[in-house]
Design a protein around this ligand. Structure first.
Ligand SMILES: [Zn+2]
Length: 547
């Protein structure tokens, strides 16, 4: 009797263990640990969703419960975006998109459609209008908005972020009347609130509800999967965001793997890093700090004055001692430390801080420099020597190029967005997009990484082309590098046996197309943990506003 039960159990176990999936006839591509491109023809996945092995030409096909014919299509590991803002992406996509409006009537029509489609939205928030593109170049007014929506607040931001227009309901909710004076540095005009006056309205916009945050996370995950992004270094995570991630995990709704970094340090309710949660879908990994601002607004902290404004060097966020003390506290609690640094002075400060942390905690803590955009060439080797991670965004280079040339002189551009120099010093490179600042689509980033050109091939020959990386190096930074940057290389970042079967099927072979064609690669299917979570509807594109 006992023996029969045991035999039955063994048989059941055997059948469960053999519930496997075989992907065959694939044009499989991934990079090895040293960035060399490897090819494979198929993939055997176990019942847990992990890779059993990769197949190579001429090998006999293993038995599997389910066999899927990839019909020669290209299969690659899922992308890991080392630096993105998950809820920011979702919220942006859920708001009213006014990019490219052609007239005030077009703006009104889009507002009317959005209001009708979203009766549940308490405050209608939109962005992207630019009256300079309209036949009549007048700013929109509160009366324009009132004529379309009068029963709830509407706030629409100009494309440059410097002005918003509000309807009467929004002004009423904010307590703004005809008698309200604009603060210094601001201006109010027929419902238009410019610069410092924006706060009069914006401070009254209610914080999102838990339900709205859940919706934003769902939306963000759909967008990310549509672009083949299966893992994210989730930056600047607030307490509300962390709670949203946990709710999604508890409900079994986490699809993209998130490595979270608390905003301005460890969150009070998460005093120590967590292990992996929800089947390796969520982990509180680190603490994110800021050393400076951005180059465009001259907030980046430079060693010498801006080329186009000799009166300023930008601003540090913290003194050396202050940054060191904050990061020391986070490191002592076991967190990985990630610091935003754009300007060469900020990068030098962060490098110095990390060298100090290395002395105290050892060199295996993978301190991360986020962006590492403008680095003094003399400081560059210290990044590799200190075993630091350069978390960089190739599409920032193509977006910033003309602006960076105004802000900086050629001497300082030499080690700007310096991916190849970074690698040569031995730094670990992780790529991402800083979405929603840039689109989370990894392919324009891969294209920029290998060409130093934008999606239209500009500038010819590439911008400081010596900083190009090879396709293998770019793929590495976008897969294995992103995993390493989040202490996750034991489970994601490649399709090696024992790791999660997180992969994408795409419409072209990245190794066989030119950079401009590479940038236009489309994802056909996205799989996470051996399950197909996203597939392209015929003629559908991943929905993402304005990018
Ligand atoms: Zn960011």
């Amino acid at each position: 009797m006992t023996r029969t039960v045991l035999a039955l159990t063994a048989a059941l176990l055997a059948s469960a263990a053999s519930a496997s999936t075989l992907i065959d006839h694939a044009n499989g591509i991934q990079v090895d640990a040293s960035g060399h491109v490897q090819h494979f023809t198929g993939l055997l996945i176990d019942d847990d969703g992990k890779v059993v092995r990769l197949l190579h030409p001429g090998e006999p096909l293993p038995k599997a419960t389910t066999a899927i014919d990839a019909r020669g299509q290209t299969v690659m590991p899922g992308f890991i975006d080392a630096h993105g803002h998950v809820l920011g992406l979702g919220f942006e996509a859920l708001q009213l998109n006014l990019t490219g409006t052609s007239s005030i009537d077009d703006l009104k029509q889009r507002l009317r459609d959005y209001a009708a489609a979203h009766p549940e939205v308490r405050w209608i928030i939109g962005t992207g209008w630019n009256q300079e593109l309209w036949p009549v170049k007048n700013f929109p007014t509160s009366a324009d908005l009132d004529s379309v929506v009068s029963d709830r607040p509407v706030v629409l931001e100009r494309v440059d972020g410097h002005a918003i227009v509000a309807n009467s309901a929004a002004m009423k909710a904010a307590g703004v009347t005809a008698a309200t004076q604009a603060p210094p540095g601001g201006r109010i005009e027929n419902g238009l609130f410019v610069d410092a006056a924006r706060g009069l309205i914006e401070n009254s916009i209610p914080a999102p509800t838990a339900g709205e945050m859940d919706a934003a996370l769902d939306k963000a995950q759909q967008i990310l999967l549509g672009f083949g992004v299966t893992g994210v270094g989730a930056m600047s995570v607030s307490s509300d965001e962390w709670a949203t991630f946990r709710r999604a995990g508890d409900a079994g709704k986490l699809q993209v793997r998130l490595m979270a970094y608390g905003l301005n340090g460890p969150l009070p309710e998460v005093p120590k890093p967590t292990g992996w949660l929800y089947g390796d879908h969520l982990r509180m990994a680190g603490a994110k700090f800021f050393a400076d601002g951005a180059l465009g607004s001259r907030g980046a902290w430079l060693k010498k004055p801006y080329a186009d404004d000799p009166n300023t060097t930008g601003l540090p966020r913290h003194s050396d001692a202050e940054l060191r003390a904050m990061e020391d506290r986070a490191a002592a609690a076991g967190f990985q430390v990630a610091t935003h640094a754009i300007g060469d002075a900020a990068n030098a400060q962060v490098i110095g801080t990390y060298e100090w942390l290395n002395g105290k905690y050892g060199t295996n803590r993978r301190w991360r420099i986020e962006h590492a955009q403008i680095v003094d060439c003399a400081d560059l080797p210290r990044i590799g020597r200190g075993h630091m991670i350069a978390s960089m965004q190739p599409t920032h280079q193509t977006s910033d190029r003309l602006m960076a040339e105004k802000r900086l002189d050629p001497a300082r551009l030499k080690c700007a967005y310096a991916w190849q120099s970074m690698l040569r010093t031995g730094a670990k490179l992780a790529f991402g997009t800083d979405f929603p600042v840039e689109s989370p689509n990894p392919f324009p980033g891969l294209s920029a990484a290998i060409s130093r050109q934008d999606v239209n091939g500009q500038p010819p020959g590439g911008w400081y082309p010596e900083e190009r990386v090879t396709l293998g190096q770019a793929l590495h930074a976008y897969t294995r590098g992103g995993a390493y940057a989040g202490f996750a290389e034991d489970r994601i970042g490649s399709l090696d046996p024992g790791k999660w079967a997180d992969f994408v099927i795409v419409d072209r072979d990245p190794a066989k197309v030119n950079p401009q064609e590479l940038a236009r690669t489309q994802v056909l299917e996205t799989w996470v943990g051996g399950k197909k979570l996203w597939s392209r509807e015929p003629s559908a594109a991943p929905t993402e506003r304005g990018k």
